[in-house]
Design a protein around this ligand. Structure first.
Ligand code: ATP
Ligand code: MG
Length: 214
């Protein structure tokens, strides 16, 4: 049995059409249920539903043989013990610095100001500002980063943006793009050897489905 870890929401919704194109059906009624283990049309493949940030952990420790995780999540996790064969090109967005509409980020950086940055992505943020030579105090949050500048807790945030609607609704603006983000297939390295006979055709079918969608 092969186990594929997915998170609910964007990643689940955008992975199902890829699986479908790879010949693996997931019954839509099963997909709506609260079950954490879901069968697929392939008796040798099941899905497990976990938090997005837990997907690399499940795959690293063999709770799942493979999974789908955002580049953001993989960078924070570190990607230890994970084989990352293919960028699926789904759940696309970008990691960026955003600040209140009135805040002159460029001149604050230019005059060497020390910035307070709220973010869920402390690793990426630390590396980004270190590379620019900007001194920052990082405040770790787990969600609703947009609020931090509004209540005076931070000068700016590092967050994922796709349309920018959430930023605009909170009078924030994107001031710097850090990197583009999409989701990747990740595979447990031991399973790659012990379950090669089942995994290799599945990986090939998913890679073909990704290629066909490009
Ligand atoms: P939760 O919302 O349950 O706290 P989460 O924010 O980690 O968890 P999602 O919002 O489903 O979970 O995001 C999962 C992945 O989708 C992220 O890791 C990222 O790669 C991608 N993603 C997040 N936000 C966006 C966005 N605005 N546009 C496109 N993709 C996004
Ligand atoms: Mg979210």
């Amino acid at each position: 049995m092969i186990t594929l870890a997915l998170s609910k929401g964007r990643i689940f919704d955008e992975t199902l059409p890829l699986l479908d194109a790879a010949g693996i059906r997931v019954d839509p009624s099963v997909a709506q249920s609260r079950k954490l283990i879901l069968p697929t049309g392939d008796p040798g493949l099941r899905l497990v539903i976990v938090r997005a940030t837990d997907v690399p952990t499940y795959v690293e420790y063999g709770g799942a043989d493979l999974g789908v995780a955002g580049r953001d999540v993989l960078l924070e996790h570190g990607g230890e013990g994970l084989y990352q064969p293919v960028d699926l090109g789904i759940a696309r967005c970008r990691m960026c610095v955003a600040a209140p509409e009135g805040f002159d980020y460029v001149s604050a950086v230019r005059r060497g100001a020390r910035l307070r940055i709220a973010t869920k992505y402390v690793q990426v943020a630390r590396e980004h500002f270190a590379a620019k030579g900007v001194h920052v105090d990082l405040i770790k949050l787990y969600g609703s980063m947009e609020l931090a500048p509004l209540v005076g807790m931070a000068d700016a945030i590092v967050d994922l943006v796709s349309t920018g609607g959430t930023l605009r609704a909170n009078h924030l603006a994107e001031v710097e793009e850090i990197m583009p983000i999409s989701s990747r297939l990740i595979v447990n390295q031991a399973a790659l050897k012990t379950k090669a006979a089942q995994l290799e055709p599945l990986l090939a079918a998913i890679e073909r489905a990704v290629g066909a969608g490009r």
